[in-house]
Design a protein. Structure first.
Lengths: 299, 406
């Protein structure tokens, strides 16, 4: 009877074995982080100083200048007075309700994270589009990054780098980068084969094809990816605040633990306002840069 | 045609020898099957590989319009993509001006594509995000030509294809015909010697298509490019081609001048094609006329009468040093003979009968031929008589029956 026990119960490691494995991995990683932690931290130092500098810059700039700059950017990218006016009003309200400094901190980290995600994600997406092998390796990684609970990969990151801005940025980038990679890949793969063939027939090198045909034609899709990346980065603000990233996430965290409903709501609304502004501005920019698509229907 | 004859004396520009293309994962491995003469279907069933092209041999001369035609799936689009190596062959040699295109490394291949060949596509292949002028200048931009220079040139070519004023539009704003004009201008803008046209006019409606054909022929008269033109439409092939090659299931079935194909189809497949062609429009007088037997060259009435007695007909065409003069009937000669047999034969003894040009399309001479009681004399550009065309010949050629073989 004992022999057929595996039929009714799944074969299992004994507790001792499991503990040994855990111990082995944990001590191994702990030793690794003790050994290399400082070196890796040193590697991220330039990024950290940039983050600190950028945050200070935003905080030191007078409020009316920030509003003017953001509203100006919104107008430049969308040519819409309504959107610019919305920006002015929401920023003014954010300041009026005492959330200005936190908003600036969140904005600085989100901007840096988004830029990093684009700088890393677009080239990775291009590599994926060019090689089926790269695609088959990267796709499952992206699946893991998107589904693995953020806390799980926060543990090793915090063990390695401690609490602070850098682990926060890493967590946000890991969580937010998949859409821009996926959609860059998709966009390039969807480029009309006829157009690409025409470029090849005229002697375009692979760089000329990429810069002159594939990227411009994939741009609407890539912009959709960037847009998603920004949204996901913003949604990570609260989790990032758990490992010491200052900004709008911290008051939200505080209001969860202390049941401050209004505080949570106001800060949450501020995050929403930021998200909407980023979204509308980036979408309007994407649309305006794709003017050739107009009249596509009546052609 | 005279033009075509001239071309055969010209130098070969492109040579394709023993070209095979087998599509699939491991084409090299299954090439022996192809060489063993297995059919396309057998190979597909046995190996899962598709035979695209089989033993293609071609020579294309400088300055001619070479048409490759076949139905869809015959491998014609595959073949044209071998000329600039958009597709690599499984086996075979492609030579352009003595250069083996197969041996070119990537960088040189790019240079070759930039300067030697340009291509026009069935679905236009325009860059949707660039304006019309930038599309036309694309080939030059790829070569690294400065924006001002390429822009000026592009503007010229845009004008040449009749699209001046459309510079700043985007392709999506143009009609199909206009888009293909942009495609043509883009191809001409690089000054490449060889023009590859892959079903360039097939996506256009019939009216626009014949307009574009006229435009191509017109441009070719000035430019003398070497054009390789793919089509599935025999009427189109006959209209613009100096020589035509017909593909079937990846094999070359027949190759020759349009008249050859029309009058001597190599097999049932070609014949089926040819049957639907409007021959009256496709053939010229020269290709169907009979030798000028009833030619009277004598200088006196007596000799002329003697000459005419040798003919089947009771009339002849009086020809002297200045060429064709008119038609003389036996009756009239006999009358003159009775009067003075030694008198010189002159144009006065002739009836006026307008000759037809040997380059005329049959369609245009049908009324004259039918209305005349004599066979019509055919003359060349200098007025020299080169043949004669009778009602019965015309009926035979234009009738549905295959003229020679039955």
């Amino acid at each position: 009877m004992a022999d057929s026990g595996w039929l009714s119960e799944i074969p299992q490691l004994s507790r001792g074995e499991l503990r040994d494995i855990r111990k082995f991995l944990d001590t191994g990683y702990r030793e690794f982080s003790r050994e290399y932690g400082e070196m890796i931290e040193g590697f991220f130092d330039p990024l950290l100083s940039f983050l600190v500098w950028f945050e200070k810059l935003l905080l030191a700039t007078p409020w009316w200048l920030i509003i003017a700059i953001v509203a100006g950017l919104a107008y430049l990218s969308s040519r819409s007075w309504k959107l610019s006016l919305g920006v002015v009003i929401s920023f003014f309200l954010i300041g009026y309700f005492g959330m200005w400094d936190d908003t600036m901190r969140t904005m600085s980290i989100i901007l840096v994270c988004t830029l990093m995600a684009i700088a890393l994600g677009v080239p990775i997406g291009i590599a994926m589009a060019r090689s089926d092998r790269v695609q088959s390796v990267v796709t499952p990684l992206l699946d893991i990054m998107q589904t693995m609970p953020a806390f799980v990969y926060l543990i090793p990151v915090v063990m390695l780098l401690g609490i602070g801005k850098i682990p926060g940025v890493l967590a946000v980038v890991i969580y937010a980068i998949p859409p821009v990679i996926r959609l860059t890949n998709l966009g390039i793969r969807l480029v009309d084969k006829d157009v690409l063939e025409a470029a090849t027939a005229y002697g375009a090198s692979s760089v000329q094809r990429l810069m002159g045909v594939q990227l411009p034609l994939a741009m609407p899709t890539i912009m959709a990816g960037i847009n998603q990346t920004i949204m996901m980065a913003l949604s990570m603000v609260v989790i990032a605040s758990m490992i010491g990233v200052k900004g709008l996430g911290q008051p939200v965290l505080k209001s969860i633990t202390n049941q401050y409903f209004t505080l949570g709501l106001l800060n949450g609304l501020a995050i929403v306002a930021l998200a909407i502004i980023f979204d509308r501005v980036s979408q309007a920019y994407a649309k305006r840069s794709q003017r050739y698509l107009e009249g596509m229907d009546n052609g | 045609m005279a033009e075509a004859k001239m071309n055969t004396e010209q130098t070969a520009l492109i040579k394709i020898e023993g070209l095979y293309k087998l599509f699939g994962n491991n084409p090299k491995k299954f090439m022996p099957l192809v060489h063993a003469g297995k059919s396309k279907d057998e190979i597909l069933a046995e190996t899962g590989h598709t035979l695209g092209l089989k033993d293609i041999n071609l020579t294309i001369n400088k300055g001619e319009i070479f048409v490759i035609m076949g139905l869809s799936g015959s491998g014609k689009s595959t073949l044209i993509r071998h000329f600039n190596r958009l597709i690599d062959p499984t086996e075979g040699v492609i030579e352009v001006e003595g250069t083996d295109v197969m041996k070119l490394p990537q960088k040189e291949l790019e240079q070759f594509r930039r300067h030697k060949m340009s291509m026009v596509f069935q679905r236009f292949g325009l860059l949707p995000h660039k304006s019309v002028i930038d599309n036309v200048a694309y080939g030059l931009a790829i070569q690294g030509v400065s924006k001002s220079e390429s822009g000026a040139k592009a503007k010229e070519w845009l004008k040449a294809v009749g699209l001046a004023g459309y510079e700043d539009q985007y392709p999506a704003q143009l009609s199909g015909g206009q888009q293909q004009r942009v495609g043509l201008a883009r191809a001409l803008c690089t000054d490449a010697e060889i023009l590859l046209m892959d079903e360039a006019f097939s996506a256009l409606d019939p009216l626009i298509r014949s307009e574009m054909q006229d435009q191509l022929i017109e441009l070719q008269e000035q430019l003398h490019k070497t054009i390789i033109f793919i089509t599935h439409d025999l009427d189109e092939a006959l209209r613009i081609g100096d020589r035509i090659a017909i593909l079937k299931d990846g094999e070359m079935v027949q190759q020759g001048e349009p008249e050859d194909i029309l009058l001597h189809p190599a097999d049932d497949y070609v014949e089926a094609f040819v049957r639907d062609v409007n021959r009256a429009r496709a053939l010229t007088v020269e290709t169907v006329m009979k030798d000028p037997i009833c030619r009277i060259t004598a200088s006196t009435i007596e000799d002329a009468l003697k000459q005419m007695r040798g003919f089947k007909e009771d009339y002849g065409y009086y020809v002297n040093d200045e060429g064709y003069q008119g038609v003389v009937t036996e009756k009239k000669l006999q009358a003159a003979y009775d009067k003075d047999r030694q008198a010189a034969l002159t144009a006065e003894h002739c009836e006026a009968l307008d000759a037809i040009s040997q380059d005329a399309v049959l369609e245009t001479v049908i009324p004259d031929t039918l209305n005349s009681e004599y066979s019509l004399p055919v003359v060349d550009d200098e007025g020299e008589m080169t043949g004669q065309l009778s009602r019965s010949t015309l009926a035979e050629v234009l009738g549905n029956e295959e003229p020679r073989s039955r």
